[in-house]
Write a protein that binds this ligand. Structure first.
Ligand code: SF4
Ligand code: SF4
Length: 94
């Protein structure tokens, strides 16, 4: 997205996969992904991200840091089928 100054940088080590960032994101840019036998938040659709920082504000684990880099470092391999299923499970549990 043009003009974007910050982007979420997610720490897989700190992320507890609570799903709050996903719920906070009004652009549906961030979500939970299954990767290497664990689930953590990923910036799934960087092109949708406005850099608003709401995901970081809602993360109680301080797993999201807004960085100034234009380059998207945290794009995840997309597991669309798993994403939807896991997001549904997380939303159900919350
Ligand atoms: S910075 Fe804003 S738009 Fe980007 S993923 Fe976080 S909540 Fe969504
Ligand atoms: S709010 Fe934080 S701890 Fe919860 S899923 Fe998002 S990045 Fe992970």
């Amino acid at each position: 997205m043009l003009g974007k100054k910050t982007t979420p940088n997610i720490s897989a080590e700190k992320c507890t996969a609570c799903g709050r960032c996903q719920l906070a994101c009004q652009r549906n840019a961030i979500g939970l992904a299954y990767e290497k036998y664990s689930v953590c938040a990923k910036l799934m659709y960087p092109e949708r991200c406005s850099g608003c920082g709401k995901c970081a504000k809602h993360c109680s684990a301080q797993a999201i840091e807004m960085t100034k880099s234009e380059k998207q470092k945290n794009t995840a391999p997309r597991f669309k089928k798993w994403d939807k299923m896991l997001a549904g499970v997380v939303n159900f549990l919350l």
